[in-house]
Design a protein around this ligand. Sequence first.
Ligand SMILES: [Ca+2]
Length: 72
Amino acid sequence: MKKTVIAGLIALTSASAFAATDIFAALDVNEDNMLSAKEASIDTTLAAIFNDLDGDKDGYVSKQEFSVLLQR
Ligand SMILES: [Ca+2]
């Protein structure tokens, strides 16, 4: 399941060479270093796993929470 998610995110950026932080920055439209559910909704794969990524359940995915996914 996680592999599929990663492939989807990489496809989203159209550049497999992108680092996790670059993908995060592309998704973080308002540049507050947090991904909101609205920002995540740009990608259906990301939207589907948003709650799983939000490890501390504060309603936002931090850069740290996001990078954990891409390191797997
Ligand atoms: Ca969070």
